[in-house]
Design a protein around this ligand. Structure first.
Ligand code: 5CA
Length: 134
């Protein structure tokens, strides 16, 4: 894209889609296990960490930017939903299934790709969850 797609809002403007169709690839870390966990979240949603922790069976912490780069191989703002340096448990926001196509970062803060949400789920091996706890 000629413009920045660093945030979900910027990506939606650049793609001409609604922010809910943007896939945020958010890295968390298991509070007990220390293992990285990837959440693929609709751009319209905020993660309810308590609700997601109940689903995952472990509390979550939010790693810093250096950990994100080390584990995924990408800098924040361009983290894609797959093709990471370290494969990790991946969960996908059910709300993404409401759209024909969703748009996710493709490795840099100016690159985006689109996919049918079911194809994204297959490619990532993600388990569907409710991220908002509604
Ligand atoms: N390219 C866009 C749309 S796909 C994108 O990557 N959006 S994102 O939401 O997946 O990535 C930005 C996210 O990184 C923010 O939502 C925020 O939750 C997280 N973030 C931003 N700064 C930091 C930081 N310093 N440490 C940890 N996480 C951060």
């Amino acid at each position: 894209m000629p413009e920045s797609t660093r945030t979900a809002e910027e990506a939606a403007l650049a793609c001409g889609c609604i922010v809910a169709q943007i896939v945020k690839s958010l890295l968390f870390r298991g509070a007990t296990s220390g293992k990285p966990v990837l959440l693929l979240v609709s751009g319209k949603n905020r993660v309810n960490e308590k609700a997601v922790a109940a689903d995952l069976g472990e509390a979550l912490t939010r790693p810093d930017a250096a950990f994100v780069r080390e584990i995924t191989g990408f800098a924040i703002g361009g983290v894609p939903p797959f093709a990471h340096a370290t494969p990790m448990a991946t969960y996908m926001d059910r709300d993404l299934l409401a759209y024909d196509r969703v748009f996710a970062a493709a490795g840099t803060p100016r690159t985006i790709f689109s996919a049918a949400p079911a194809a994204l789920q297959t490619a990532t091996g993600a388990t569907l969850i409710d991220v908002t706890g509604k």
